[in-house]
Ligand binder design. Structure first.
Ligand code: AVI
Length: 324
């Protein structure tokens, strides 16, 4: 590809994102998709969140993988090679426990993390292969469904992983549609392990998304800084505040940015402006929490049955094992 084409492709990708953001900020209520949290700066802030003492999901899930990976290994058909496919893999620190347990159980497997970010995959591949000798790993930079469709019907058993509570960043209706699609791409011998954050004392949840050190606040506000960096916007960050709100009945933890004053924001690169009233909110993320009944309903709606719910010692989080 020559340089001109390269820069056109780049401009096109930026414009697609810009258009999506412009649409979201033109709607009522205003919103920005949580996928835009994860630029280089956002990835680093998210790592800080995962280390923060108030953000329990990472620690709870790590404990589950330490405690139950051996038990999970017993569900695997050892007569065939196993494909461990992880959707939206992180930096590898949690999955290492599962991979080590599977090695110890003499399971013949290949680990295939899928992500749309090659940077994340490079870091993950380095971390995992330095921790586990002789691991067969093939990182795949692709859309989840494209890859699963391509692998559909292979003779190998699959263990599909969607961990970290990422499913919570979809509203339950979207989650059911997503899981239905996953279901259609798996075969009855395959297993699916999905991480779900559980409903619990509302204060614990509220603290996890409103930590006293302000890490999550920085994470949320970085969305606006990203708009300033990438699209020439002029958001005055000081005039916005972080507002996370947990509704214990529905289980939805929603994050907003409140405009503390009436203002006009200009996106220079888009030649576009929009207005915000004082106290108007921009919705930025849902982190849905589930009860076991909710999980039962979600699984059956999407065509799965639950084999086991692996739970951490506090009862905060579950890695739920499903099959068609
Ligand atoms: C990535 N995801 C599961 C996190 C969550 O808990 O919803 C993102 C996050 N947002 C604020 N803190 C963490």
């Amino acid at each position: 590809m020559n340089q001109l084409n390269e820069s056109l492709v780049e401009t096109q990708i930026d414009l697609q994102n810009a258009q999506e953001i412009k649409n979201g900020l033109s709607e009522i209520p205003k919103h920005i998709s949580s996928k835009f949290f994860y630029d280089e700066v956002g990835d680093e802030i998210f790592k800080e969140i995962m280390r923060c003492e108030h953000y329990y999901p990472t620690k709870a899930e790590e404990e589950i993988l330490i405690l139950y990976s051996q038990q999970l290994a017993k569900q695997i058909d050892k007569t065939k090679k196993l494909q461990i496919i992880e959707l939206g893999a992180g930096d590898g620190s949690k999955i290492i426990h599962l991979l080590k347990a599977f090695k110890e159980a003499n399971i013949d497997f290949i680990y295939q993390p899928i992500d749309i970010s090659q940077n994340i995959l490079d870091e993950l591949e380095k971390n995992v292969s330095s921790e586990i000798k002789d691991i067969e790993i093939k990182a795949i930079c692709s859309d989840y469904f494209d890859y699963l469709a391509q692998e559909q019907g292979s003779d190998e058993q699959k263990l599909l992983l969607f961990l970290g509570g990422n499913i919570g960043n979809m509203f339950p209706i979207e989650a059911a549609e997503f899981l239905e699609k996953i279901n259609s791409l798996l075969s009855p011998k395959d297993l699916f392990l999905v991480g779900l954050d559980l409903k619990k004392n509302p204060r614990i949840i509220q603290n996890a998304y409103n930590d006293p050190d302000g890490i999550t606040k920085r994470f949320n506000l970085n969305l606006l800084e990203r708009m300033n960096r990438e699209f020439g916007a002029d958001f005055n960050i000081q005039s916005f505040s972080h507002y996370p709100f947990y509704d214990p009945i529905s289980g939805s933890m929603k994050s907003y940015l409140i405009s503390e004053e009436k203002q006009i924001v200009t996106f220079k690169h888009l030649n576009w402006q929009f207005a915000l009233e004082k106290d108007e909110c921009i919705f930025t993320e849902v982190s849905q929490k589930y009860s076991f009944d909710d999980i039962e309903e979600l699984a059956s709606k999407s065509g799965f049955k639950i084999i086991n719910n692996f739970i951490d010692s506090e009862g905060y989080f579950t890695d739920s094992l499903w099959q068609k």
